[in-house]
Every structure is written in structure tokens, then in C-alpha cells.
Design a binder for this molecule. Structure first.
Ligand SMILES: [Zn+2]
Length: 398
């Protein structure tokens, strides 16, 4: 017995004990321990002994979830982009998808300068415009479906889809090119609606005529999308119901200008939930609207979404949407150890929207610890460190 026991001693590198594990992909919602070996999840079980791990973290009273996946943020190209590690890891977010910062002509620069140098897993929706997210993204002479598809096929692990946005022309040429490239490369597209532009295009045509199943409509709670719910009756528009039935997906894409309480309230009250919760994080949305993942998740909860649903739409669901599930988005044994430890704070909290109006709520989710590929990369409370014992310890430092 002793020989056997010693063989198992410290077989794990890290053990997160006593946390409430919510792993929607594996239908886990219980107080359990999570053991990590190297960069992978080794076990999720009850009462894993601490002496089997080199380091143990006590997560009593905290929620342990798969690392959050931010499906829409800006970490390259756009003038307001932010460095992913500085903005994502400290919010429990281990995977971020850059939303159109790079195009087929600039993707390699993005890869060399940001993707390859980040601890955060950085994926990309590549812009339909070759130059990426510059100007109004309306330069049709810089759209080339063949070259776009070729670039996607060259980097299939990183490029997960095509972004179309801020298009100022009165036609659907950018969507036609994105669909063509998307069909050639087998990826979905993510599309805004009339942000920064005024044209004759409408959401109904976009969703029902151009979208394919799996294509994503982002900024769903933007005030320019009041048509998502009828402004007089407040009811969800029939074409939105039809679009969802046909497999069109809806993303929050909060940002600085794309989340207004009256719109979100009407839509959420009818349980017409976003498929994916995302931030559209950039240099202005990080401040007053504070659109990081836990904050946007808290806003969904303030509108009635359960904690479990909120975590599903921030982990397993975005992984499915970008066709990376179950490679990421779960705590399944053998999967990469990307983990968020979240605290659900109780109190009175104010959450601001794009119109600078706030809603008060009694709960707030906050990230307190992040593990990325088995490495403890963010630890707000020092949960992973031993307490210092005596001042004399300093005398031993050479
Ligand atoms: Zn955006």
C-alpha cells in the first residue's frame, strides 16, 4: 500500500479544491476538485487529496469554470485594439477571437506581432477587406474571395471565420464576397448592422437572404437594432424568430455603443437569449461600460439569465460557434487546462449601458484566478501562494 501511495504522490501539478464546478459541456454543476497535470486537465472528482499535488488552491465559495471565450474583441488592426494578455487573462478569459482587425493582406503581421507573442489563445475572424479594419471597410476593390479563402485554408487552426462590418455602400457586395469565401473555406461569417454607416440595408434581408446556418449577427442589443423587438408592441420580430429557427446565431458584442438596457430588457424578458456573450472590447468600451467578460455576463444575469446559462454562453457555446468544441470550452479530462475561477459577489452594483444609463443589480461576477494551459497566470487574491511566516525569511534571501 505504501509503495502504491508513494507512486501517486504529487502526480498532479496543480489542484483546485472545493470550488463549485460549472462545466456545461459535461453537464457538471457541483462542488468538486479539479486536478491539472502539465497543460491538461487530469481529473475532475470529489475529494482529490492535496498531497497528490505540488500546489493546491482552495476555491471554497468560488465557481470554477472552463476558461471564458470572448468571441468578439479587438486585439489587432483597429485603432482601439488592446493587448490580449492585459485585458483578457485578468478577466478569466483564456481565448479571444479578434473580430476583423486583420485581412488577408495583414494576417501574418497579426500572427507574428500578437498571436505568437500572447499567452491568451488568440483566434481570428478575418476581415473581408484585404487591409483589415481600416476606414469604413467599404473598399470593394480590396475584397477578393479567392485570396481570402486561401488565407483561411493556410491557417485553419487560427482563422475561424470572416468579419464584415462598418460597410457604407448601399448594396450587399461585402456579404456576397464573405459568403463566397466562407463556402470555399468552410467557415462562418460574423456581421454587424449599420454601425457607423447609414445605408439602405436591413437586418431582415441580411439574416434571411444572405446568412447561412452558423453565421453570426453581432451587436444584437445595439439601439440600431430596435427592430429585433417591435418598438410599439415590444414583441420579438417574426423574422428574428425565423432567422433563429434557420440556425442564424446571435452575439452580444457589447462594446461602447452596442448595448442599451431598454432593447436588451425587452428581448431578454422573452427569453430570446444571445447564443454567445462577448465584449467587443476595445480602448473605449473598457472604461465606462466596462465591457469585459464577467461584467457582460453579470449584465445578462441582471436581465434574468441563470448563472449556468451565462457560463454556457461564455464557454461551451462560443467554442461550438467557432467550431472548436470540445477542443476548448470544457473541463473534460485530457483537455487543455484553461480555467476561470469566478466570485459571485452579493451587494448592490450599478451596470452602465451605451446610453450612460445604469441598472442596479444584487450580484456581480468577478474573475479572481485564471489558469491558461496549466499555468497560473492571474491570481487576484493570492490563492495560489503560501502565507509568509516570519520576517526572518527575508534574511535567507541571498
Ligand atoms: Zn467589434
Amino acid at each position: 500500500m505504501l509503495a502504491g501511495a508513494s507512486a501517486f504522490a504529487q502526480q498532479y501539478d496543480l489542484l483546485i479544491k472545493n470550488g463549485h464546478v460549472i462545466d456545461p459541456g459535461n453537464e457538471i454543476d457541483a462542488v468538486l476538485d479539479v486536478a491539472i497535470k502539465g497543460d491538461s486537465i487530469a481529473a475532475v472528482a470529489k475529494d482529490i487529496p492535496s498531497d497528490q499535488a505540488k500546489k493546491t488552491i482552495d476555491a471554497t465559495g468560488l465557481y470554477v469554470t472552463p476558461g471564458l471565450i470572448d468571441l468578439h474583441a479587438h486585439v489587432f488592426g483597429y485603432s482601439g485594439w488592446l493587448w490580449p494578455d492585459d485585458t483578457q487573462l485578468l478577466t478569466g478569459t483564456t481565448t479571444v477571437v479578434d473580430c476583423g482587425g486583420s485581412g488577408w493582406r495583414t494576417f501574418e503581421t497579426f500572427k507574428e506581432t500578437v498571436i505568437d507573442r500572447s499567452k491568451t489563445r488568440v483566434l481570428a475572424f478575418i476581415n473581408v477587406v484585404g487591409a483589415g479594419m481600416v476606414g469604413t471597410e467599404s473598399d470593394i476593390d480590396d475584397m477578393d474571395a479567392e485570396k481570402l479563402a486561401a488565407k483561411i485554408k493556410q491557417f485553419p487552426e487560427i482563422i475561424v471565420g470572416i468579419k464584415c462590418a462598418h460597410y457604407g455602400r448601399k448594396d450587399y457586395y461585402n456579404l456576397e464576397q464573405a459568403v463566397k469565401a466562407g463556402n470555399l473555406a468552410g467557415v462562418p461569417m460574423i456581421v454587424d448592422n449599420s454601425i457607423l454607416t447609414s445605408n439602405d440595408r436591413d437586418t431582415e434581408t441580411k439574416l434571411l437572404k444572405y446568412f447561412r446556418p452558423g453565421d453570426i449577427h453581432t451587436h444584437m442589443f445595439n439601439d440600431r437594432h430596435l427592430e429585433i423587438a417591435d418598438r410599439f408592441t415590444g414583441k420579438i420580430q417574426p423574422y428574428m424568430l425565423e432567422a433563429r429557427k434557420k440556425g442564424r446565431l446571435l452575439d452580444v458584442g457589447h462594446g461602447s455603443g452596442s448595448f442599451v438596457w431598454p432593447n436588451a430588457h425587452k428581448v431578454m424578458a422573452q427569453h430570446f437569449y444571445p447564443d454567445t456573450i462577448s465584449t467587443d472590447l476595445h480602448n473605449s468600451s473598457i472604461f465606462t461600460t466596462k465591457a469585459d467578460m464577467p461584467n457582460v455576463m453579470s449584465k445578462m444575469m441582471a436581465l434574468g439569465m441563470s448563472l449556468q446559462e451565462t457560463i454556457f454562453r461564455s464557454t461551451a457555446r462560443p467554442a461550438q460557434v467557432i467550431r472548436k468544441y470540445p477542443e476548448i470550452g470544457t473541463l473534460g479530462t485530457g483537455k487543455i487546462a484553461d480555467i476561470a475561477v469566478l466570485e459571485l459577489e452579493e451587494g448592490i452594483f450599478g451596470f452602465a449601458d451605451s446610453w450612460k444609463k445604469k441598472k442596479l443589480a444584487k450580484q456581480r461576477l468577478r474573475a479572481v484566478l485564471t489558469v491558461r494551459a496549466g499555468e497560473l497566470v492571474f491570481d487576484e487574491k493570492g490563492l495560489g501562494f503560501p502565507e509568509w511566516q516570519t520576517a526572518g525569511e527575508y534574511e535567507k534571501i541571498p
